[in-house]
Ligand binder design. Structure first.
Ligand code: PDD
Length: 278
């Protein structure tokens, strides 16, 4: 596989980063994930805008313009022959003597790689995902797409041990978001509900696209926090992300959602999103 590292395209075995990189020592960096479908990037301008916002928030200069980023991403997609999957971008503050306060003039480390993945016809689309809830142990700036993901790793390990493929993270009895996705419910009144944007959640790119599709479908949208017990009672539950699009949830904490099968409106939103992405 071919990796992009600091302006060069190199075989994975030759892609080396310093052990003094601040990403490695401090998780001092951010990342972004864009989907690739039919060899094309999905909603990529929005992902690059969020990349810029994450960098701005932690004071790392953006090393590329959006046009340059997109050119590099597409070159990487081409070199890896990627048809369906994701492009991962990571920017860390760079390598330096270990010191909490960074020197102002560090050269950021840029790493990009692709991952092939079946998204549209993934088995989880037909089967539906099992979800468990766990306390949200993360920091107070979850709107920044930080590479510091230990809380998610811990929660995802617990989810996997419980036979679930995603975790809904909970704070004060309210769902913040999925471990790597945005959580939605559809109520018995037919309202599509997701948490409003704040420092408590990542502003999901797929979230916004799906909200627009739901509105176009004539569904009522409610942006408010969702109680855990509401998820158990919901007509339908789903989560969204660049790496999975719209995933139906069939159980939460072992309780079936509806009849325990992927819901019709969730399937419709997935079909519409795929239509948009193609
Ligand atoms: N994760 N919330 C969290 C905590 C996430 O990590 C993600 C995405 C999302 C969904 O955002 P988007 O629709 O823009 O992908 C919400 C990516 C896919 C990842 O970490 O691999």
């Amino acid at each position: 596989r071919i990796i992009h590292l600091d302006g060069a395209f190199v075989p994975a075995a030759d892609a080396r980063v310093s052990v003094m990189d601040r990403g490695f020592l401090f998780a001092d960096g951010i990342y972004e994930v864009s989907a690739v479908l039919d060899g094309r990037l999905v909603d990529n301008d929005a992902h690059l805008a969020r990349l810029d916002r994450s960098l701005e928030a932690i004071g790392i200069p953006n090393p590329h313009t959006p046009a340059d980023w997109a050119r590099l991403q597409l070159e990487l997609v081409r070199r890896n022959g990627l048809v369906e999957g994701v492009v991962y971008i990571q920017v860390t503050r760079g390598a330096a003597e270990r010191d909490f306060a960074p020197a102002p003039d560090l050269a950021p480390t840029v790493v990009m790689f692709t991952q092939a993945k079946t998204i549209v016809d993934a088995p989880v689309q037909a089967r539906g995902a099992r979800v468990v809830t766990r306390p949200d142990l993360r920091w107070a700036r979850r709107d920044i797409k930080s590479v510091g993901l230990l809380a998610q790793v811990m929660a995802k390990r617990e989810a996997a041990a419980a036979g679930a493929s995603e975790v809904f993270m909970v704070e004060d009895g309210l769902v913040t978001e999925g471990g790597s996705s945005t959580a939605f419910i559809i109520t018995s009144q037919g309202a599509v509900v997701t948490r409003p944007l704040s420092n408590a959640v990542l502003p999901g790119i797929t979230r916004l696209a799906v909200m627009r599709l739901a509105a176009d479908e004539g569904l009522t949208l409610e942006e408010r926090a969702i109680r855990v017990d509401e998820t158990y009672e919901a007509e339908e539950v789903f989560f969204t992300s660049a790496s999975n699009f719209v995933v139906p949830v069939v159980s939460i904490d072992g309780r079936n959602i509806g009849d325990g099968c992927p819901g019709p409106r969730t399937k419709r939103l997935m079909a519409l999103y795929v239509g948009l992405a193609r």
